[in-house]
Design a protein around this ligand. Structure first.
Ligand SMILES: CC(C)(COP(=O)(O)OP(=O)(O)OC[C@H]1O[C@@H](n2cnc3c(N)ncnc32)[C@H](O)[C@@H]1OP(=O)(O)O)[C@@H](O)C(=O)NCCC(=O)NCCS
Length: 396
């Protein structure tokens, strides 16, 4: 058995065929060619058994905004094992084989959408955030009002793409867990269907966009022509956001329901006139800290929190993380330095869930992922890392 990147063109095709079989992309030549062309060949590993590809995993480059800073992150997508090789630990093997490569590239955090929680939990990932889709009655959007003035929206064109990206990034920075999207992701996942989706924006100062909304129409049952799916709505200012929601609401005569993504809580839920939003989709994504010390240095912390706590991390896969550390948080930044008395014991799973702000110290204690330490230590960890539950508007 070998774990390495495919080398020959035949091996690359075989690895791609494992993904095709894993995800039901039926053998259609176009899809096959398109996927092959998009392989990130320097971010790809496969398990070979007697020269055949048994499993493969690709890791995409992202950042994750935590505490207002972009933490370099590798996003596993996709991971698959050929049907005849499942159940023998190859999924586990190909996942953990990436850890040292992630570390070498400075990707201090890894993330993924788990098709099996158990598999990834076994190599240090833990539940670390959510992707939630809410559904509301579109007509309710017409009842919300700006506090100052209605903004003026216009339909966006290709020329607006740089301003769209800048506006997204400013919004993402304020939302714990949102992706810092590289151009490769914008091109493949967001802008590929630019002409088929609806993009409207509000002009800001100096050529910037003060906000934009991206939505599409989806099939609906008569008497309605369509439903509305808002993929993202980014804005710097509440009145701009309200104006863009109102624009979506102007389709209420045909688009009875509107779905939108975010966390369990969302500013719109505080604005809507009635509480009849339904949750359509509720996925918990997972994260794993790859390099604990570098990850703490990379994320932002609340400026109002100051203090130190001794940690002892257990990490069976990444020995560079294991041992006693002192975490210090001050002035909006953090350090994790070797040494100290390791008062609070954490598995790397628990530390990962704490790191993104998903779990409080008490949640981790009750899940058996954190032990030891004083109530003051627990309070400090919760105050330093926790925020609104991390969410995301991308599925990768
Ligand atoms: C999911 C998949 C990658 C698992 O591969 P695998 O090689 O069989 O996984 P492993 O043998 O390493 O399993 C590791 C652990 O996860 C568990 N696990 C694996 N697949 C599971 C499933 N479908 N449901 C529940 N648990 C599962 C195993 O029981 C094992 O736990 P154990 O060690 O306690 O027995 C494989 O079934 C697959 O390719 N599926 C189709 C594509 C897909 O869903 N990819 C994952 C995208 S995130």
């Amino acid at each position: 058995m070998e774990v390495r990147a495919p080398q020959t063109e035949e091996e690359w095709q075989e690895a791609d065929a494992v993904f095709q079989r894993g995800f039901g992309l039926f053998v259609d030549t176009d899809a096959f060619e398109r996927n092959l062309a998009r392989q990130m060949r320097d971010r790809y590993l496969a398990v070979f058994l007697d020269g055949r590809v048994a499993a493969a995993a690709q890791v995409r480059p992202f950042g994750m905004f935590l505490g207002g800073r972009s933490v370099p992150m590798g996003g596993y997508s996709p991971v698959a094992v050929a049907p005849e090789f499942r159940g023998f630990g190859h999924g586990t093997r190909v996942t953990e084989a990436h850890f040292s490569h992630l570390r070498e590239r400075g990707e201090v955090l890894a993330g993924l959408y788990p098709a099996s929680t158990k598999l990834y939990r076994g190599v240090g990932f833990e539940v670390a955030g959510v992707l939630v889709q809410h559904s509301i009655f579109t007509r309710h959007l017409n009842q919300i009002r700006p506090t100052v003035a209605w903004p003026t929206e216009r339909r966006l064109t290709d020329d607006d793409i740089p301003a769209i990206k800048a506006c997204y990034r400013r919004t993402a920075q304020r939302n714990q867990g949102w992706l810092d999207r590289p151009d490769s992701w914008w091109d493949q996942a967001i802008l590929e269907n630019f002409a088929k989706e609806h993009w409207y924006g509000v002009d800001g100062d100096g050529g910037e966009l003060a906000g934009y909304v991206r939505y599409r129409h989806a099939r609906a049952s008569p008497p309605y022509s369509y439903g509305i799916t808002v993929n993202e709505l980014c804005a710097d200012d509440p009145d701009v956001a309200i104006g863009l929601w109102k624009l979506v609401g102007s389709s209420s005569s045909q688009g009875h329901t509107t779905k939108f993504l975010g966390g369990h809580e969302h500013p719109l839920l505080v604005l809507l006139p009635e509480q009849d939003a339904k949750v359509e989709l509720d996925i918990r994504w997972m994260a794993r800290v790859i390099d604990a010390s570098a990850a703490v240095a990379a994320r932002g912390f609340p400026a109002a929190v100051t203090g130190s706590v001794g940690l002892e991390l257990r990490d069976p896969q990444c020995d560079w993380n294991a041992g006693s550390w002192t975490l210090t948080v001050e002035g909006g930044t953090g350090t994790l330095e070797k040494g100290g008395d390791g008062d609070v014991q954490l598995t790397i799973n628990g530390f990962s869930s704490l790191f993104t702000g998903y779990a409080t110290a008490e949640t981790l204690r009750m899940a058996g992922l954190l032990s030891g330490g004083s109530p003051r230590d627990h309070d400090l960890l919760t105050a330093a890392f926790s925020t609104a539950t991390p969410s995301i508007v991308d599925f990768y």
